[in-house]
Design a protein around this ligand. Structure first.
Ligand SMILES: [Zn+2]
Length: 243
């Protein structure tokens, strides 16, 4: 099983690892800081042994172990080889800011309107999220943008913890975000808590505090049908003065 270093340290930019499996164009490692696509967050890029990593995915090796496959064209690595991995930090950090911004968005929409999220997706510095509004409240775009930026400026800590499954499934905030849908084979659940705002079972990478998000612009709201309204955001650098 590949140890997921980003679960404990989202700020790790490079690491040493041992190759545990290799096939043409891809390698699995005993440990990795590369985030594999999942939970609405796209995979990292970077280098492994100096060669570009073009895709990162959850998968299995030939023995059926759960591993992370790093796609590396033209590699000549074989099991047992030591390699250095380096994350493309600009892209990853942008994704951490964006991912955290989405939690803030979910948190303020729940607190203000008690409306749950139905889905979402992100790219570096831009994202969309769907909510069960019907219809959207008047003046929604402006109001939600102000509420989100207030929480970003409040510099709330983003705390990661690991809960036994039995404990997590009785947590009111986690029930709301459908913790019960996580496979029963998962004994320990990773929880990302923006203190006092939003709490979710989550395997993604986030910044340490909401101020690191910078600022958020609501660029579009649109209807995707009954009870499904889409909010598009951009993550921008923090406003400097004025405002
Ligand atoms: Zn998250």
């Amino acid at each position: 099983m590949t140890e997921l270093l980003f679960h404990h340290d989202a700020y790790l930019q490079s690491f040493q690892a041992t190759v545990t499996a290799a096939r043409p164009g891809a390698v699995a490692l005993d440990r990795t800081a590369f985030y594999p696509t999942g939970g609405g967050q796209p995979h990292d890029t970077g280098t492994l042994g100096g060669l570009p990593v073009t895709d990162v995915r959850h998968g299995e090796d030939e023995e059926g172990n759960t591993v992370v496959w790093h796609h590396v064209d033209g590699h000549d690595l074989s099991p047992g080889a030591e390699v250095e991995g380096v994350i493309d930090w600009d892209r990853r950090y942008a994704l951490m800011r964006t991912h955290t911004a989405l939690h803030v968005l979910c948190g303020v929409i729940w607190q203000r309107w008690r409306v749950p999220v139905t889905g979402g997706n992100m790219e570096p510095l831009s994202a969309r999220m769907d909510f069960e509004f019907d219809p959207l409240p008047e003046g929604f775009g402006q109001e939600v943008e102000r509420l989100v930026n207030d929480e970003v400026e409040a510099d709330r800590p983003v705390v990661v913890s690991f809960l036994p499954r039995d404990t997590a499934v009785t947590d009111e905030d986690l029930i709301r975000t459908k913790v019960s849908l996580i496979s029963e084979s998962v004994p320990v659940i990773r929880v990302v808590d923006i203190t006092g705002l939003d709490k979710q079972a989550d395997g993604g990478t986030h910044v340490r505090s909401t101020a690191e998000v910078g600022g958020v612009r609501v660029v579009k709201t649109e209807s995707k049908g009954k009870g499904n309204k889409r909010v598009r955001i951009e993550v921008v650098d923090a406003a400097t003065g004025g405002g």
